[in-house]
Design a binder for this molecule. Structure first.
Ligand code: FEO
Length: 165
């Protein structure tokens, strides 16, 4: 049986992952409008991945016989001004997600909820990867600066991203 506080936080994280999916979809649409179809694909796959994260929380809540709360999903930001701004936001967003996962891990330790703690370990590792990939692309975008051919090269590279599993 899940403690109320853990159930509440798991539901909030489910909502945060759905928001992430929504936000990356908004970024994908922005790139599409800029004719950067490779960046757009990368974000679309990222959005699918976030939906997968949300479903992990959903399934865990069901398995643990918890209640699902269908919380409101906030509208994402729109109207970026540059590729760099989008990846600045991506990196900041992933840092925020890491923070909320850590809070959940801390709470699971406080509540001695070992099952939830083990469930969350996958997300702890995943967040290292999420932050690293956002940072890596942001660094490349900064390096490219105003070089249009560099940007198109990166667009091609990001367009090769495989679909989310
Ligand atoms: Fe679900 Fe990008 O963290």
């Amino acid at each position: 049986m899940l403690k109320q506080i853990i159930q509440k936080m798991l539901n909030q994280q489910l909502n945060a992952e759905l928001y992430s999916s929504y936000e990356y979809l908004a970024m994908s649409a922005y790139f599409e409008s800029e004719n950067l179809s490779g960046f757009s694909r990368w974000m679309r796959v990222q959005s699918q991945e976030e939906y997968g994260h949300a479903m992990k929380f959903y399934n865990y809540l069901l398995d643990a016989r918890g209640e699902i709360s269908f919380l409101q999903i906030e509208p994402p930001k729109v109207g970026w001004h540059s590729v760099e701004e989008v990846f600045q936001d991506t990196f900041k967003h992933e840092q925020k997600v890491t923070e909320s996962i850590y809070k959940l891990v801390d709470q699971s330790i406080t509540e001695k909820d070992h099952a939830t703690n083990i469930f969350l370990q996958w997300f702890v590792t995943e967040q290292v990867e999420e932050e690293a990939s956002a940072q890596k692309i942001l660094d490349k975008v900064k390096l490219i600066g105003d070089n249009k051919s560099g940007l198109l090269f990166l667009d091609h590279e990001l367009g090769q991203r495989a679909s989310a599993k």
